[in-house]
Design a protein around this ligand. Structure first.
Ligand SMILES: C[S@@+](CC[C@H](N)C(=O)[O-])C[C@H]1O[C@@H](n2cnc3c(N)ncnc32)[C@H](O)[C@@H]1O
Length: 479
């Protein structure tokens, strides 16, 4: 193919020209009005570039205005090109224009196709390396940027079931800056894992043993017949106002968009909890807040008031302080580094083990922070000071690795460190008692309970999380 040759400027009827499929026909209204006004006032018009076959390669908006005003359009012809070269040629006229992410990605691909550059190609050996490099440099963006866009481009159809509208809407959010490229890539990677898991994990994976029961079921529907009366409930519900997608297709709890709907959605969970908890038992709820549309939602405070209205007694309010909290943006407030641990009871007379620390034999060890490394359980004392528990944030690296060794992925991130349920269970139960988590997720509560000789019951609607829980608790399932 020859280089772009421009010759024979002429004026032709705008109606004869048609856009190439690579030309964007999406025109900003304000820009269009300005352009129209300029052309109407006879300002000198930059020629439209079109092939001899009258396909517009650059200047769609100008052509549209001329057509609308009924005036001829100045045109410069360039050579006709095959499809593969068409976008490249159009780009050579437009490379310095501001581009949105996916437009730039298409430009990048077109340049690579034109210069026959594929993954691993030595660009320094191509005939026209200087031209290739100039094009890429003018385009801007580094390798990581384009490889992320490439991942999104290739994976979105898989995740959105080839639904063109959904794919376009998702890409538009990225183009408009509503979604970060890195965040979108991360989200799609998790979704791909969930899709893979659907093939690898049976639909029902519930497991019931004497010591551990993992129900794959909506915990709002749990009954005393199923659980017996339990001694303590330790749980962390799914707040987040749409930030967290737990893939619970049927139930979809955790997707509430505002705090009132959230507290309303929580009521049946804590009514069911009331029904299965012993009169002298304890309910521990770990709950943090989140910022939406520039303000805190006050989820813990609203939740607490809802619980009091249901008849629960608030016995203790503990702050779980995270040593290494997730940085948050925008940076016009402090980074939130804590969540609440609410201790509720049904009565003022309840089981409370104030000497929980003294009762732990010195030699008792546990595995903190999801690694196999053992620590003396007494070291928990260093983390609990008055109404403050200070820990690192939790890590799912260990459990993720174990799951992958067993042929599936752990796609759950929202776990708490084991110190939290350990403390709650030690302070409110005795050995042999039963602990329940109504939102078991990957069963960190379960791991804490069984390690110190308590029975465990967990509920989750998601088979993938129950499967992860089974890996976490496998040593205790074979009785
Ligand atoms: C914040 S996570 C709990 C994490 C858990 N503490 C752990 O250690 O992994 C909330 C969990 O609630 C589950 N969930 C959502 N709706 C549920 C329902 N109706 N019944 C039971 N579990 C539910 C979600 O699938 C999710 O795993």
């Amino acid at each position: 193919m020859e280089n772009n040759t421009l010759c024979n400027r002429q004026y032709i009827d705008a109606a004869l020209l048609k856009p190439s499929k690579y030309v964007s026909t999406d025109i900003d209204n304000e820009f269009y009005e300005l352009l129209r006004e300029n052309i109407r006032q006879n300002k000198v018009l930059k020629p439209v570039i079109a092939t001899k076959g009258l396909v517009i390669r650059d200047g769609y908006a100008r052509t549209k205005v001329c057509k609308e005003l009924g005036i001829p359009v100045p045109i410069e012809y360039c050579e006709d090109a095959c499809d593969a070269d068409e976008e490249y040629l159009r780009l050579s006229h437009n490379l310095t224009k501001p581009m949105k992410h996916f437009e730039r990605y298409r430009a990048y691909q077109a340049i690579r196709t034109r210069f026959k550059v594929t993954k691993g190609t030595r660009t320094d050996l191509t005939d026209n390396v200087a031209e290739y490099k100039t094009m890429i440099d003018t385009l801007g963006g580094n390798g990581k940027y384009f490889s992320r866009l490439n991942y999104i481009e290739k994976t979105a159809p898989l995740v959105f079931g080839n639904d063109e509208k959904k794919i376009a809407a998702y890409k538009k959010k990225i183009d408009d800056g509503e979604l970060k490229i890195s965040g979108a890539e991360k989200y799609l990677k998790e979704k791909v894992k969930q899709i893979e898991n659907k093939k690898a994990i049976p639909e029902n994976v519930e497991v019931i043993t004497d010591w551990v029961k993992l129900f794959q079921k909506d915990s709002r529907l749990m009954t005393v017949e199923e659980t017996g009366l339990v001694d303590a409930i330790v749980t962390s519900p799914h707040y987040g106002f749409g930030r967290i997608d737990y893939d619970n297709a049927a139930e979809r709890v955790g997707q509430e968009r505002d705090v009132d709907s959230f507290t309303e959605a929580m009521k049946p969970f804590f009514q069911a909890s009331w029904n299965v908890l012993k009169p002298d038992g304890s309910l521990w709820v770990v709950i943090g807040d989140c910022v939406r549309e520039g303000e805190y939602q006050n989820a813990p405070e609203n939740f607490l008031l809802m619980m009091l209205a249901m008849g629960w007694i608030i016995n203790d309010k503990i702050i779980w302080q995270k040593i290494d909290p997730q940085p948050t943006s925008p940076f016009n407030r402090t980074i939130c580094s804590y969540e609440y641990i609410y201790h509720f009871t049904k009565n003022k007379d309840f089981v409370y083990n104030r000497d929980w620390l003294d009762e732990i034999p010195d030699e008792t060890i546990t595995t903190y922070n999801h690694t196999e490394t053992a620590y003396p359980l007494k070291s928990l004392a260093g983390k609990v000071k008055n109404s403050l528990i200070t820990t690192h944030k939790s890590s799912t690296a260990g459990i993720r690795k174990k799951c992958e060794e067993r042929g599936f992925f752990c796609t759950h991130n929202a776990t708490y460190p084991i110190d939290i349920p350990l403390y709650c269970i030690l302070a409110s139960t005795r050995p042999g008692d039963t602990v329940l988590d109504i939102c078991t997720g990957t069963s960190v509560t379960g791991e804490a309970a069984v390690q110190i000789g308590r029975k465990y019951i967990g509920y989750d609607t998601n088979n993938q999380y129950i499967e992860v829980s089974k890996v976490r608790l496998e040593k205790y399932l074979n009785n």
